[in-house]
Design a binder for this molecule. Structure first.
Ligand code: GDP
Ligand code: MG
Length: 172
């Protein structure tokens, strides 16, 4: 059994908790509280291997920098989430990624760029192309648009992350 620690990061309100709960519990729970930080466990099989996933759904990017450093240290893979309806949330990911690379001191940190709330077409301010552009500037970090509401691409982002961690483990 592989024990993997995943960390969900991003600005408040982008949908980190909804994505995590949708993945772990298979339901869309809208109990928005940007201050709640929680950790979830999920056991599953991916590519015929058993995993015990521990998922930290973080809260607040600006606050608690020391704590952030702690969970970046212990995390093995990171979902960097923005909302396609919120330009600033994409901007905040730049600094987060820098911090992860600095703390991990590695160019090969398992990571996925996630543009959530893709169902809100009317309110979209960030195009798919822009997401792709950021991901290629980050060295082709896998990029997905998701909707926690419609359960679209939610499993895909977590499974991509687990596969990346597995690959990095095999190569080290
Ligand atoms: P967090 O602060 O990043 O954990 O954000 P939450 O998961 O609590 O979500 C913040 C708000 O965005 C909630 O009111 C959700 O209903 C809404 N939300 C989250 N994901 C989606 C989504 O995929 N589509 C839509 N339309 N709304 C979403
Ligand atoms: Mg939350």
């Amino acid at each position: 059994m592989r024990d993997y620690k995943l960390v969900v990061l991003g600005a408040g309100g982008v949908g980190k908790s909804c994505l995590t709960v949708q993945f772990v519990q298979g339901e869309y729970l809208d109990t928005y509280d940007p201050t709640i930080e929680d950790s979830y466990r999920k056991s599953m099989e991916i590519d015929d291997k058993a995993f015990d996933l521990e998922i930290l759904d973080t809260a607040g990017v600006a606050q608690f920098t020391a704590m952030r450093e702690l969970y970046i240290k212990s995390g093995m893979g990171f979902l960097l989430v923005y909302s396609v309806t919120d330009r600033q949330s994409l901007g905040e990911l730049m600094e987060l990624r820098e911090q992860i690379l600095r703390i991990k001191d590695s160019k090969r940190v398992p990571m996925v760029l996630v543009g959530n709330k893709a169902d809100l077409q009317q309110e979209r301010v960030i195009s798919v192309e822009e997401g792709i552009d950021v991901s290629s500037r980050w060295g082709k970090v896998p990029f997905y648009e998701t909707s926690a509401l419609l359960k679209s691409n939610v499993h895909e982002v977590f499974i991509d992350l687990v596969r990346q961690i597995m690959r990095v483990e095999l190569e080290s």
